[in-house]
Design a protein around this ligand. Structure first.
Ligand code: NAP
Length: 361
């Protein structure tokens, strides 16, 4: 099978660099094209990231001397790529219009930007939770006027750390009606250069602009349904979020209290549901799918960000500390790797899912 030709736009940033790293030797996709802002355009990729390459691995040899394009050059991307991963960070209107232009030019886009997360026919996918939301691509293609382009987005980088375990419970017949979440989010979530070191070293910042709203609203679309070619939000759950920036490099950890709509499963049953949870990416054996999407850590002081963020290619969500809550039914801790599971790795898994479902043929 020949590989699909892939472009990364926003390739020089935190998420873009993770795409470049993670896609090296991918069995289905090959990065042939990189693009970023006018600041980087015209340089080789190596020159564009000089002094700010943050990955432990070296830049893949075949990309070092590839010329970085201007991300607004949609024509060049269309001529060279079968699929675009978008990791651009600029104002939302610009991103929305640019991603629309790609899709209406017949280019599939998997995006990490929040610009299209609430567009009524754009699926916001956690591959194990709502893979069926990709079915809306047919309706989107009618709007874009071609049968190739589409936009699929990833949710906010902390959402899977609590939504995958909560979804597993809902799927097992235990709907959750209320959640209170307190996140401890890594500095890499703010991109590069991100939060100034003097603001975050020896400190916790109890505010991340827009993050609490995203944590509260995005799950409603993810759990929602498709009606007449548009998403209808799930309205059976209420979420309250506190989002904090903490001095760790990677990994978003969430302390979660949940209340069930009806009867609650026992602690043993809940752990069994989490450990046994499996979904379409596992069934299809997709290259980036973790073997076990939710790993329960039995030690009383786990999951821990540094020790558990890299479980199963950094694609597994780890949970632990399931116990009674004095206000709601249960409390637990969830953890996922923000730049992998929550960004580039999650985007790659969504693209693999789209390919497996025939949307990249
Ligand atoms: P970042 O490190 O600041 O990188 C931003 C990228 O966007 C760079 O490649 C930059 O290119 C490019 N860019 C900036 N302005 C542009 C413009 N006007 N036109 C085209 N390209 C432009 O940000 P990041 O953390 O990688 O985040 C990228 C996106 O993913 C954001 O929307 C972010 O919210 C989202 N996200 C991030 C994370 C995370 O954990 N970091 C997780 C999930 C989602 P130059 O280098 O040329 O300036």
């Amino acid at each position: 099978m020949s590989k699909l030709r892939v472009g990364v736009i926003g390739a020089t940033g935190m998420v873009g660099q993770n795409y470049i790293r993670l896609l090296d030797n991918h069995p289905w996709f090959e990065v042939v094209y990189t693009a970023a802002s006018t600041k980087s355009a015209g340089k080789t990729y190596q020159e564009a990231v000089a002094g700010r390459w943050l990955m432990e691995e070296s830049i893949p040899a075949h990309l070092k001397n590839v010329r970085v394009e201007d991300a607004t050059n949609v024509k060049a991307a269309g001529e060279q790529c079968d699929l675009i991963f978008s990791a651009i960070e600029t104002d939302k209107k610009t991103v929305r219009e640019l991603e629309d232009l790609y899709a209406s030019s017949g280019i599939p886009v998997v995006s990490n930007n929040s610009a299209h997360r609430h567009t009524s026919d754009v699926p916001m996918v956690i591959a194990e939770v709502n893979p069926h939301h990709l079915d809306i691509i047919e309706a989107q293609r009618k709007r874009f006027g071609n049968n190739k382009g589409f936009i699929v987005v990833k949710p906010n980088c902390s959402v899977q750390s609590y939504m995958t375990p909560v979804y597993a419970l809902i799927k097992a017949g235990f709907p959750v009606s209320k959640m209170i979440i307190s996140t401890m989010q890594a500095v890499s979530g703010a991109g590069y250069p991100g939060v100034a070191s003097l603001d975050i070293v020896d400190n916790v910042v109890p505010y991340i602009g827009g993050e609490e709203e995203k944590s509260e609203i995005e799950p409603l679309k993810i759990l929602g349904s498709i009606e007449n070619g548009a998403f209808k939000n799930y309205d059976q759950i209420r979420i309250s979020a506190h989002c904090n920036r903490v001095p760790v490099i990677d990994g978003h950890l969430a302390c979660v209290s949940i209340e069930f709509e009806d009867a609650k499963p026992s602690v043993e049953e809940t752990i069994e549901i989490w450990e046994g949870f499996s979904a379409l990416p596992q069934e299809l054996d997709l290259p980036f799918a973790p073997l076990q999407p939710i790993i329960y850590k039995k030690e009383q002081n786990r999951p821990q960000t540094r020790k558990d963020r890299n479980l199963d290619k950094a694609m597994a969500v780890s949970v632990g500390r399931l116990r009674d809550c004095n206000v709601f039914d249960y409390r637990f801790v969830g953890l996922s790797h923000n730049t992998v599971r929550g960004a580039a790795g999650g985007g790659i898994l969504s693209a693999e899912l789209a390919k497996a479902k025939g949307y990249l043929d």
